[in-house]
Design a protein around this ligand. Structure first.
Ligand SMILES: [Zn+2]
Length: 167
């Protein structure tokens, strides 16, 4: 995702540019502050139960109507594991426990995140029910996977289907 900053968030003055840390960055001459853009970090959660994977159907774009693993953005002051548990609860109404870190993906498609951290998790309690930006939620076996969107969901379910994903 591109980043734009035209005005200083501290004083409102129009920003200039300075070459710092290897690239041109927005800079406020009044506050002597450089604007550093941070990557958007998301988490994605792989939950398997009874040889099925938990997927949500996206209610909104990007990828509206397509399916993906439960996922969402990490808030600025939130631990990624906590974000993974929160997003799973928001999208599927399931309480989950994080088991392990599966992968860290750089941006590879039109997904909204710059860095995606993938975890495996186990359902502790609850009945799957769609919430937040999920239209539907369901469990899918290896031979009944629906059309998927976003690189991490596609990559992880592909490994799982091939039997090479260690959860
Ligand atoms: Zn300023």
């Amino acid at each position: 995702m591109s980043r734009i900053a035209n005005y200083c968030a501290l004083c409102g003055r129009r920003l200039s540019k300075r070459f710092l840390g290897g690239r041109l960055r927005p800079y406020c001459e009044s506050c002597k502050q450089t604007v550093y853009f941070d990557p958007k970090v998301a988490v994605v959660v792989f939950i398997e139960r009874d040889d099925s994977v938990l997927l949500i159907q996206r209610a909104v774009d990007p990828g509206q109507g397509l399916w993906a693993l439960p996922a969402g953005f990490v808030d600025y002051d939130e631990a990624p594991e906590a974000a993974a548990i929160r997003e799973t609860l928001e999208e599927t109404r399931l309480h989950a426990r994080i088991d392990k870190l599966l992968a860290v993906y750089p941006k590879r498609d039109d997904g909204l995140a710059d860095i995606v951290i993938a975890y495996s998790a186990t359902v502790i309690s609850g009945e799957a029910q769609a919430g937040d930006d999920a239209a539907e939620v369901g469990w899918f076996t290896r031979d009944s996977l629906p059309p998927l969107v976003f690189y991490p969901s596609i990559a992880l379910t592909t490994l799982w289907r091939e039997g090479t994903l260690t959860l």
